[in-house]
Design a protein around this ligand. Structure first.
Ligand SMILES: Cc1cc2nc3c(=O)[nH]c(=O)nc-3n(C[C@H](O)[C@H](O)[C@H](O)COP(=O)(O)OP(=O)(O)OC[C@H]3O[C@@H](n4cnc5c(N)ncnc54)[C@H](O)[C@@H]3O)c2cc1C
Length: 419
């Protein structure tokens, strides 16, 4: 058994956030040991391509990696392929599935989340898949051949992206969503409507307000019965119904947990020397101060850097606060969606038409300061505008709803109203 080493930096979870944090520790000048423990066989990689280019063949698994094997070697980071089974805050150590113990000076929990599975009769059949990691993507990808009948459960980002990829590959796609519209509260109604129209135009059969009741294997294939009696036959079912952070490990160690592992603005948990970041962390929003958890690439990327800095004691002895504005994107066919800031904080909004059938909705507070923006349109035609909208939100631009809605005023012009 390895002796606990209190001079080590230890990271649990070798996903996007954990991998970036390990790299950031070196960039910030840490010369001591770094242990990165993850239960996936692969070195850290980015997940967004799993539902997009990796499925359609536009990207290979190796291209999703955060770093090449040589880069990891040159960073002198010790990778452990193991599950962490216990945290021992009192002795500043953790236990790995093989029984090994690692001691730490600072510990980062970047354990992401586990996919929700379909808890209905037949939900555990082998043809009922989920998508979170490279192995899931390989299994799903191997089935998506022309004519394959795919039934997607869940009209959120992952379900819609997989539906788009499957259509590109010539599959017959049905998507069922329990809510009356797509993408829940994460995007405004007009954008959800356009996305729905696009998917239907691309040949996806979309059923809204549809609750899966059971799945049975029949001579025709898998047969899903909906609560209203509708039956859908498919070869594969993909459940894209979200993730839940695994809070048993931090909870058992006495860390404060809520909808995630609770951290303050410096990403410190309730116990000394332990930080949390990425999908698993519940942190105070820079805009509202309310506790939020975000499941986005940008959150994993930017929190990793702050967590690493603070694991080393911050800058000049002062811990650094996480102040990045929320932002995420989703690619569906040749369209892109982007949401920046926190639209839910708005008192009013302004809608601007973009090139083609694109649209951009700005969200303003009572003092006409931008608190969010949501844009949608053909990627090649709206990318520049969506990028500018994000900048305007980040800069806290003040403008009237009328001016923002007026396509005659260039978006760039609003930069002069920055905070
Ligand atoms: C298919 C897909 C498409 C996506 N597309 C987009 C997109 O277009 N735009 C966007 O903004 N975001 C997207 N995301 C979200 C984004 O990828 C995540 O927010 C990001 O990966 C979160 O990083 P993380 O490091 O917090 O978690 P993860 O990347 O999930 O990493 C956590 C790691 O910890 C490991 N782990 C957990 N518990 C333990 C333990 N006890 N011991 C050891 N290891 C453990 C897990 O196995 C995992 O490897 C997508 C996600 C998926 C799955």
């Amino acid at each position: 058994m390895q002796t606990p080493d209190s001079t080590s930096m230890v990271i649990v979870g070798a996903g996007h956030c954990g991998g970036r944090a390990a790299q950031a520790l070196r960039t910030a000048g840490w010369l001591g040991p770094i242990h990165l423990v993850g239960d996936e066989p692969h070195a850290p990689y980015e997940r967004p391509p799993l539902s997009k280019d990796l499925l359609t063949g536009g990207k290979q698994a190796a291209e999703c990696a955060l770093h090449s094997a040589d880069d990891w070697a040159s960073l002198h980071i010790t990778r452990h392929v193991a599950q962490v089974t216990a945290l021992h805050p009192a002795s500043r150590s953790i236990t790995l599935s093989g029984g090994q113990t690692l001691g730490y000076q600072s510990l980062l929990l970047a354990t992401g989340g586990k996919v929700r599975t379909l808890s209905i009769p037949g939900g555990d059949l082998p043809e009922v898949l989920t998508l979170r990691n490279l192995m899931d993507a390989a299994t799903l990808g191997s089935r998506l051949v022309p004519g394959h009948r795919l039934l997607v459960v869940g009209g959120g980002f992952i379900g819609l992206e997989v539906a788009a990829s499957a259509r590109k590959l010539g599959c017959e796609v049905t998507l069922v969503e329990g809510a009356p519209r797509l993408m829940g509260r994460a995007v405004p109604e007009p954008v959800a409507e356009r996305a729905l129209a696009l998917h239907r135009a691309q040949g996806v059969r979309v059923l809204l307000g549809a609750s899966p009741h059971s799945i049975a294997r029949t001579a025709e294939g898998l047969c899903m019965a909906l609560a209203d009696g509708t039956q859908i036959v498919a070869d594969t079912v993909l459940a894209g119904i979200g993730i839940v952070p695994d809070l048993a490990l931090p909870g058992a160690a006495g860390l404060a947990v809520g909808r995630g592992i609770c951290v303050n603005a410096q990403l410190q948990t309730s116990l000394p020397g332990i930080f949390a970041a990425g999908d698993v962390a519940e942190f105070p929003s820079v805009l509202s101060g309310q506790l939020v958890r975000q499941e986005t690439w940008h959150n994993a990327e930017t929190q990793a850097a702050i967590a690493a800095q603070n694991m080393l004691g911050g800058i000049d002895g002062n811990l650094v606060a996480y102040t990045a504005f929320p932002w995420f994107w989703s690619d569906q066919y040749h369209y892109q969606l982007q949401v920046a800031g926190e639209p839910a904080l708005a008192t009013h909004s302004a809608t601007r038409a973009l090139d083609g059938d694109g649209l951009l909705i700005f969200y303003l507070d009572a003092s006409d300061t931008l608190v969010g923006a949501c844009g949608w349109g053909e990627t090649s035609r709206v990318a520049k505008d969506l990028k500018l909208a994000r900048t305007l939100v980040e800069k806290g631009v003040t403008a009237s709803a009328e001016a923002l809605a007026d396509p005659a005023t260039k978006l760039k012009a609003f930069l002069s109203n920055a905070r």
